[in-house]
Design a protein around this ligand. Structure first.
Ligand code: AMP
Length: 395
C-alpha cells in the first residue's frame, strides 16, 4: 500500500508518501508560505531527488495540488498516477474527548473535529484546511484523521482533571488532554517489541516542543502537556508549567491583553526567553553555554531540572520504573542533555553509561549494564503510526 501522510499547519504543509508495512518513504517534502507566495521542497530518497520550487499557493488546495503534481512527475515523482495513493492520513492536533482512536473521515468526524476548534484554536483550523483540500482534489480516496490527543485518553480522572470548579469540566470539557500522542504511542509499541509487555515506562519526547508520558503496559497514565501544548516542561519558546498569577501580573503591569500574554508565553518564553533570547535551539544554547554565557547555561540547567522532576513524579505515579526512553530532536541527539537529566537519578535505579550515551539518532540502550532501569534512545516515527492507522482504517 502507499499512504500519503499530511501534517497541515496554518501556512505550511508537510507530507510523506510511505509504505505502512515496511516504513519505506518513497517521497517527502514541505510546502511553505501558503497564503503568502508558496514554496515546495520535495525529496525522493531512492531517486536521489531534491527539488525546491516557487509555486503560487494562495490556499492549502494549491499546496495539495502541487504535492500531487510532483508525486506523479515523470522525473521527480514516485508514482505513475494519483490512483496509486491508497489513502491519506492527516495529523489532527486536538481530538477533544471524542476521539480515543483514529477515525475514517466522514461528515460526522469532520463535525467533531470542528467542534474541537475552541480547544485547539491554533492547530485544528489548519488541520481541517488540509483535510478539506485533499477531499476536494481526491474525492474518492479514503481519508483518515489521527489525533495527537487520542493516545492519552486512557489517563485516569485523577491525572486528567484540573482542580477547578466542576462546571468547567462538565460544560466545557476543560481538562488535561496531552499531545505528541502519536509519538508516545509509537514509543510504547517499540518498547513492547524490544522489552516485552507489562512494563513501567517513562517516555521523554524532547524537541522544540517537549512532553513526557507515564506509560503502564503500553497505556498512558499521565502526561505533562495539558489542555494545550503550553504546559509541562519548559520548551523552545513555550513556558511550561507556571503559576497563572504571572500571566495576570504581566497583563496588569505591562498593559497587555490576555492574547498578548499568551503569545509571550507561547512564542517568547521557554529556553529562548530564559536565555535572554540566545536561541530556542539546544545546539545554539550548548555552544553559548560552553563559551561562558551564563543565561544559556541556566536555560539548559532549568530544562534538565524540570525533566528530571517529571521523571521522579512519574516514577512515583507508576509505583516504580523499568524503562526510561529519550526521543525527538533533543532526546535522540542531545548527548549532553541526556547526561544532565540522568545525573542524580541513580537512587531510582537510573544509571547512564557515558560511553554508550555518545550516540545520535540510533535506536540503542544507553544505560550501564548494572542499571536497574533500562535507558533507551528510540527515534520516533509519528508518520509511520499515522500511515499504519490509515492503512488499517482504509481497508
Ligand atoms: P524536534 O522538534 O523534535 O525537531 O527537535 C528540535 C530540537 O532538537 C532543536 O532544539 C535542536 O536544537 C535539537 N537538536 C537537534 N540536534 C541536536 C544535537 N545534536 N544536540 C542537541 N540538540 C539537538
Amino acid at each position: 500500500m502507499k499512504i500519503l501522510v499530511i501534517n497541515a499547519g496554518s501556512s505550511s504543509l508537510k507530507y510523506q508518501l510511505m509504505d505502512p508495512e515496511s516504513g519505506d518513504v518513497f517521497a517527502k517534502g514541505l510546502c511553505e508560505r501558503i497564503g503568502i507566495d508558496g514554496r515546495l521542497t520535495h525529496k525522493a530518497p531512492a531517486k536521489d531527488v531534491k527539488v525546491v520550487r516557487e509555486i503560487p499557493m494562495p490556499t492549502h488546495a494549491e499546496a495539495i495540488s502541487a504535492v500531487l503534481e510532483i508525486l506523479v512527475d515523470p522525473v521527480n515523482g514516485v508514482v505513475a498516477s494519483v490512483d496509486e495513493i491508497d489513502a491519506v492520513g492527516h495529523r489532527v492536533v486536538h481530538g477533544g474527548m471524542k476521539f480515543a482512536e483514529s477515525c475514517l473521515i466522514d461528515e460526522a468526524c469532520l463535525e467533531a473535529v470542528r467542534a474541537c476548534i475552541p480547544l485547539g484554536p491554533l492547530h485544528n483550523p489548519a488541520n481541517l484546511l488540509g483535510i478539506e483540500a485533499c477531499q476536494k482534489i481526491m474525492p474518492k480516496t479514503p481519508q483518515v484523521a489521527v489525533f495527537d490527543t487520542a493516545y492519552h485518553m486512557t489517563m485516569p480522572p485523577k491525572a486528567y482533571r484540573y482542580a477547578i470548579p466542576d462546571e468547567y469540566y462538565e460544560k466545557d470539557s476543560l481538562r488535561r488532554y496531552g499531545f505528541h500522542g502519536t509519538s508516545h504511542r509509537y514509543i510504547a509499541k517499540r518498547v513492547e517489541a524490544l522489552m516485552g509487555k507489562g512494563l513501567k515506562v517513562i517516555n521523554c519526547h524532547l524537541g522544540n516542543g517537549s512532553s513526557l508520558a507515564a506509560i503502564l503496559d503500553g497505556k498512558c497514565q499521565d502526561t505533562s502537556m495539558g489542555l494545550s501544548p503550553l504546559c509541562g516542561v519548559p520548551m523552545g519558546t513555550r513556558v511550561g508549567d507556571i503559576d497563572t498569577t504571572v500571566a495576570q501580573y504581566i497583563c496588569k503591569n505591562y498593559n497587555k491583553s490576555m492574547d498578548e500574554v499568551m503569545n509571550i508565553l507561547n512564542k517568547k518564553s521557554g529556553v529562548f526567553g530564559l536565555s535572554g533570547g540566545v536561541s530556542s535551539d539546544f545546539r545554539d544554547l550548548e555552544a553559548a553555554a560552553a563559551a561562558g554565557n551564563e543565561k544559556a547555561q541556566l536555560a539548559l540547567d532549568k530544562f534538565a531540572y524540570e525533566v528530571k522532576k517529571y521523571i521522579g513524579a512519574y516514577a512515583a505515579a507508576l509505583g516504580g520504573l523499568d524503562v526510561l526512553v529519550f526521543t525527538a530532536g533533543v532526546g535522540e541527539n542531545g548527548v549532553l542533555m541526556r547526561s544532565m537529566i540522568c545525573e542524580g537519578l541513580e537512587f531510582l535505579g537510573v544509571k547512564l553509561d557515558q560511553e554508550k550515551n555518545k550516540l545520535r539518532g540510533d535506536e540503542r540502550i544507553i544505560s550501564a549494564d548494572d542499571s536497574k532501569v533500562k535507558i533507551w534512545v528510540i527515534p520516533t516515527n509519528e508518520e509511520l503510526m499515522i500511515a499504519q492507522d490509515t492503512a488499517e482504517l482504509a481497508k
